[in-house]
Design a protein around this ligand. Sequence first.
Ligand code: DI6
Ligand code: FE
Length: 401
Amino acid sequence: MRCDRLWRHARLATFAGPGLGVVEDGALACLNGNILFAGPAGDLPVDLDAAETIDCQGRWITPGLIDPHTHLVHGGDRAHEFELRLAGAGYEEIARAGGGIVSTMAATRAASLDSLVASALPRLDALIAEGVTTTEIKSGYGLCLEHELKSLRAARRLGNLREVRIVTTFLGAHALPPEFAGEGDGYIDTVCREMIPAVAAEGLADAVDAFCEGIGFTPAQTRRVFEAARAHDLPVKLHAEQLSNLHGAALAAEFGALSADHLEHLDEAGVATMARAGTVATLLPGAYYVVRESQKPPIEALRAHGVPIALATDCNPGTSPLTSPLLVMNMAATLFRLTVDECLAGVTREAARALGLAHEIGTLEAGKRCDLAIWDIERPAELVYRLGFNPLHARVFGGRG
Ligand code: DI6
Ligand code: FE
């Protein structure tokens, strides 16, 4: 039997099964971009012959990291708003001065597709530099058909410019654009009747998301968005229970959502509905940190009910200008008390599940894509415990790299 590449003398964290799935003297073989074998070197098929063999010298191999929730494509930044907040300005004051989400909408609408791609590339490269091989990217700063389509096209194009898999999400129901002020239902009509059909017709989105919140959209409006998504065979996910408990997670679960995200204000009943539906809890500790939230997501209840926990950067210009999955893991451990194993599973196996891609990526198992991160570390905990240090040795995408 012949394979394209064989990595030897590696320590593997396979994530096959519930824990890290550690293999001390491990080997991993790749054929045609997929994993042919991952396991103890002693179990390698005796007749296996490799076109190329790589000696890992004891380095650790994990699955390529996955960031399952980002708003990577947007115009402008909000650094000035950050300064205003440090000087004591409140959210409303900033919004009245033309800041907040609407300022990002204006900058996104003003940007050409090319410049949206150009401004997102350094953010994407920052993820890639830490071993990310798949990232989700949402629209949601265009807030009208033309600019939502442009944002999704920019996201798709990013996937052609780099060796990375991009999964796109339509988030038209992110905020109310000023031209619909006071007409939330009218805007949702446009989202459901105009935008979702157009996005679906062009195959521009892999899923549909909404922001169910007092400052976003009501559960009734969110339900309409989900019904429109379902009519176009698009899976859903939800920004839920970030600032208050509107029972968005239960609504998401009712629609079989891939994930419910944020969840600081989620209650136990909501956790139970997520568990029954198999909806992943995607936690976003960067946003928790930046807005200086004090209400933590219900970690104990999520564990008790067996809800899978994923972690993401939520990279966005307002509440999480963060492009480091390594720092996300540290924040999840330090702020939410997740274990090292939970953090690492959160950016690999469970992040894949949150994207509906558990059958393809997220673990080191025969048949999965050969997306790998190879680390200069002595033990996996180093990936979670250090701050601002990147021990990535190599990154492999579809067997290449
Ligand atoms: N929740 C958030 O934290 C971000 N969007 C969302 O739905 C905020 C986005 C922004 O302020 O630009
Ligand atoms: Fe978000």
